[in-house]
Design a protein around this ligand. Structure first.
Ligand SMILES: Nc1ncnc2c1ncn2[C@@H]1O[C@H](COP(=O)(O)OP(=O)(O)OP(=O)(O)O)[C@@H](O)[C@H]1O
Length: 252
């Protein structure tokens, strides 16, 4: 395993309430990592520490050490805008900008100065939409609004938007929970295609989904990391009683 991100002794508080308790985990560069666990266990909170999304939550406080290729992402001189391009994020509810399909994808590369000229920018948009498996469906309607697409297409547009700024890691917070089974299957296929090119971390409520898309699984419970290992092991031969109870459906 080649570590892309490493977290050590991470704690997260919302005011006086502790949501994450001393979590340490390494995220592999070449695989998909799933975070699973019952509602409220802190999966999303921990995910958001990986690109400092918690900075935007007024009463949230993070302690511990989180590194991207060895670089401390909470260092005072870390450029957070740059960090969030390197560690992109896709949310539960597709959230395209109320702008054209083209602009949704072009916006990031433009503000990050990634395109030399208009042709270059159009090339980045096309490549990103292709990687997100959306190009064929939208290539003749790039000027139409991103919000007019179906839910599944909007989510792939959001993935294209993340890809457009050439990220190293993509964080996905329950990316399929608002989608129907066909759109969900399309996103799961896409995750397979993107694996290896980007380190991917996905939070999911759905254990079957975790088993299908990930190679490594972390089980969270009550703000702690109970068990982390190969997905096949976690689902067939969990070490902790709490993991066993969760995957066999004794609580959830
Ligand atoms: N902005 C916030 N302010 C205060 N408490 C919060 C905030 N966000 C989350 N929490 C609390 O932190 C704990 C962890 O929440 P989090 O959303 O990370 O869990 P989760 O495992 O992702 O849950 P779910 O699967 O239901 O989304 C919960 O007790 C939640 O109520």
């Amino acid at each position: 395993m080649t570590t892309k991100m490493s977290a050590h002794n991470v704690n997260v508080f919302y005011g006086a309430k502790q949501a994450i308790n001393d979590v340490s985990i390494d995220v592999d560069r070449d695989n998909v990592t799933a975070f699973i666990g019952p509602s409220g266990c802190g999966k999303s909170t921990f995910l958001r520490t990986l690109n400092r999304m918690n900075d935007t939550v007024a009463n949230a406080r993070v302690s511990g050490d989180i590194r991207l290729d060895g670089e401390d992402i909470y260092a005072p001189d870390m450029d957070v805008v740059q960090l969030r391009a390197r560690v992109g994020m896709v949310f539960q509810k597709p959230n395209p900008f109320p702008k054209s399909i083209f602009e949704n994808v072009a916006y990031g590369p433009r503000i990050h100065g990634l395109a030399a000229n208009k042709t270059d920018l159009a090339g980045i948009v096309e490549k990103s939409l292709k990687r997100a498996g959306l190009w064929e469906e939208v290539k003749d309607r790039l000027t139409e609004s991103g919000t007019a697409l179906s839910g599944g297409q909007q989510q792939r547009l959001c993935i294209a938007r993340a890809i457009a700024v050439d990220p190293e890691v993509i964080l996905m917070d329950e990316p399929c929970s608002a989608l129907d089974p066909i759109a969900t299957a399309r996103i799961e296929e896409l995750i397979h295609e993107l694996k290896g090119r980007y380190a991917i971390v996905i939070v999911t409520h759905n254990m079957q989904q975790a088993a299908r898309v990930s190679q490594r699984t972390a089980f969270f419970h009550l703000g702690t990391l109970v068990e982390y290992g190969a997905t096949s092991e976690i689902f067939t031969n969990p070490r902790a009683e709490r993991t066993k109870d969760y995957i066999t459906g004794r609580y959830g």
